[in-house]
Design a protein around this ligand. Sequence first.
Ligand SMILES: O=C(O)C(=O)C[C@]1(C(=O)O)C=C[C@@H](O)C=C1
Length: 383
Amino acid sequence: MGDLEAKLSELRAAIDAADDEILDLIRKRARLAGQVGEAKQNKGNVPFYVPSREASIIRRLLSRNTNAAESSHETKIPDEAIHGIYREIIGACLALEHPMTIAYLGPEGTFSHTAATRQFGATPKYLPCSSLELVFDEVEAGRATYGVVPVENAFEGAVTPTLDLFADMERDVFICAEVQLSIHHHLFTYAESLDDIEVVISHPQPLGQCRNWLASHLPNAQLMESSSTMRAAQIVDEARVSESGALDWKKCAVIGPYSIVDKSELSLVQRNIEDFHDNTTRFFVIGQHDSPASGEDKTSLVMSIKDEPGALHNLMTSFAGRGIGLTRIESRPSKKKLWEYVFFADVQGHRDDVAVTDAIDEIQSKPGGFIKVLGSYPVSKPL
Ligand SMILES: O=C(O)C(=O)C[C@]1(C(=O)O)C=C[C@@H](O)C=C1
């Protein structure tokens, strides 16, 4: 055996021993989480999923990892890796405590699916839904334990169908976590060259997020909207199989995630066509409860006030006067009266914080004031 082989086999034996220890510790962790689950079960009506606790665990480990790298002068294990490893471990422990079904805008492979698996790992059962409305329905009916829905893109703005579902006062779901996902779009087609592409199909958000690229590379292509990116790939594949002629599949292209390569024979012809390379979409995890405070939280609200000059300013003073920062404000038509609006706001802090509670109470007491707390949840970082 050469020197290299001898060295490698010694190191690999040490890695095997380390892996054994890691596995034993994961098993120990799962047993402890199982005991937490039993305690909750005995108490009844206590959520198994606690986003604030998960956020605290991950924040603590990220800072421990940074400190360990600094004090040992070793290369730091990237935050994304620590995050991914622990999300997977915690997700497995959670699913052992209680079976989880996670609804998302499908089919499999959409960005919503990726956001869901980033949050809950590979262990739960995933339930693809053909519309955002169905994701809400599944959660409300209890057929899904949680749902994952896109809420806004950093460059394209609000996912308005999601906001409209939250604005529906008949809906009874809470936001319990947020997930921020880096988004890269790719172009897929059966066409021989870009010159042959006449139709580009995707969800309206990716079409908007690639607007400049499309204008300069496919200026004459017709843009066709689909319910999701993966559905766009299915539409072209269905046209290819049926040869119905309704859609000339050889002249179509699709914009979507890399996962299309696993689900379709479409060729990936152009990578990273998003207009902004730090393109990020924010998703909400919805469920039948929100999250306890984690120490660094946001609260999402939907509100309205009497329609008069300065109405929005009047709403804002309740927060600003208490030093509560706003991280997002969005308006949507109320759909009750012409030119009347509801406002969506994300504010810093938890709904149990005195300042936030006071601001909410104050808005409620203003003439025509209405406010619904959609949920408080831990602040997340883009991944
Ligand atoms: O601490 C809890 O309440 C648990 O249920 C344990 C645990 C974990 O694995 O650490 C699992 C799921 C929860 O979402 C949070 C944490």
